[in-house]
Design a protein around this ligand. Structure first.
Ligand code: HEM
Length: 170
């Protein structure tokens, strides 16, 4: 979790007092949430991502609900809260405990990388300023790696019996 939800002030004005007020004209006072573009930004990002999930043969079957809208809303609320926006996620769902909440879904390297690929498209479409895109992307990559809960050697494919190659048969 980000502990302050504030945009890094940069070298020139780092360390100045933080009133806790969001001030879009001064990056030192602006939350990441505001810098990204507030609720409209997160709504666009997550809507685009779930548009891709809806058509994805690896991720779509992992979602237990037929309707993806509630899952889309949960991800949006979580990301808004993480980046310093409204804390609706916590109010409705309690502490995120995301690794625990993902334990029911077998996430291997393939699922993790597909999640990141679809999210990369969604992030890129938003046309963020480079430093904001970098900050968001670094976080998402770390979070996706943390959510992986199956090592490749534990995946069902590796449990298949070893079949002798045809040349070894007489
Ligand atoms: C690595 C690949 C990932 C896969 C395959 C995956 C898949 C899923 C699935 C199937 C659900 C259940 C749908 C629901 O009921 O909400 C879910 C929920 C959720 N995911 Fe992921 N996820 C991944 C990574 C992430 C990452 C990186 C984040 C955060 C940055 C995230 C945030 C969430 C949130 C907030 C929920 C709703 C939790 C709740 O309140 O119940 N997921 N995910």
């Amino acid at each position: 979790m980000r502990d302050n939800g504030r945009v890094d002030a940069g070298e020139s004005n780092a360390g100045e007092s933080d009133t806790g007020e969001s001030n879009p004209s001064d990056p030192a006072q602006q939350s990441w949430y505001d810098a990204f573009g507030g609720s409209a930004f997160f709504a666009r990002l997550v809507s685009s991502f779930y548009g891709y999930v809806a058509q994805d043969p690896i991720l779509r079957p992992m979602y237990p609900e037929g309707d993806l809208a509630p899952a889309e809303r949960r991800l949006r609320m979580f990301l808004e809260q993480y980046w310093g926006g409204p804390t609706t996620y916590n109010d409705e769902r309690g502490h995120p405990r995301l690794r625990m909440r993902h334990a029911a879904f077998p996430i291997d390297t393939q699922a993790r990388d597909r999640w990141l690929l679809l999210m990369a498209h969604a992030v890129h479409e938003q046309g963020l300023e480079q430093r904001l895109e970098d900050e968001l992307w670094t976080y998402l990559v770390g979070a996706a790696f943390a959510m992986q809960n199956i090592d490749d050697q534990d995946s069902p494919a590796s449990a298949l019996p070893l079949i002798e190659p045809p040349t070894a048969r007489s």
